[in-house]
Design a binder for this molecule. Sequence first.
Ligand code: CA
Length: 333
Amino acid sequence: MTKTWLLPVLILVVTGPVLAERPIVIAHRGASGYLPEHTLAAKALAHAQGADFLEQDVVLTSDGVPIVSHDIHLDRVTDVALRFPERARPDSRYYAIDFSWPEIQQLRVVERVNEAGKAAYPNRFPTGTPLFRIVSLKEELQFIQGLNRSTGRNVGIYVELKQPAFHHREGQDLSLITLGILRTFGYEAADDQCFVQCFEEAELRRLREKLQTELRLIQLVSDGKEWQSLLQNPTRLERRLQSISEYADGIGPSLSLVVSGGQGDQDFSETPLVPAAHRAGLEVHGWTFRSDQLSCGAKDFGQLHRWTQAVGLDGYFTDFPDKTVHFLRDDVP
Ligand code: CA
């Protein structure tokens, strides 16, 4: 009788864990296409939809509690202006760092609105439905580890330090406090299921060199003059990526720096970014996959996934984890 089970076992032994070889799906602020961003409900849905990592954006309160919220401002995703109307700064914004953790807990989280107070994404969860509250980083990690235990899936975390330089100016050390909490939850080694991302290069270097974290670090990169000009100059691009590889394990670029819709017979065109990053030993995790706001000139969501798969993107920040899992993986039951 042939041992039919032997082949997959041998493949696993020879190639190592297959899961690590395929691109990772990162739930961007949770399953934020379906539920208000960074609520526990959005994280639970993303967990159930098969995301590999759940994202946390982190800012501090006045009493130094790390909370999970996308901005240093609270006004686009909570009812802070109704509850504490007199607490805006002269720029009319409400800053998380001006509120204590007990005050933050009184706020209700709602679907994101734009500057005009209208739904940022009109077809998503209704705005103004006050069913949710802001959670601390500690609560979020308890929640995810609880779900990991009850489901038997080991879903990772993907923490963004939001504007550390702003926090330093306000007298607070966002990175130090966040690393401390991560450590108490068992995230401290390079092979733990955890990434730390930031736009600020100086802070990422500090994390690696001064705070000596071993966690995997991702340098976020936005589409602007600097990177558009680097893409035109291969030598400078290689040098820049080499310098990032001194402290980071990967980059997190806007998708518009990776691919764009093609012309004539060409389906799409690829920029030099992904191959150059791979040569520098860096992973590339691109943002943001949104089926209700397509980027890069893609005609549909599947096309955007095919283009980015073809160029070897290693990580997908998506508002719709179920759809991204569907497009990337035929082997999902
Ligand atoms: Ca983020």
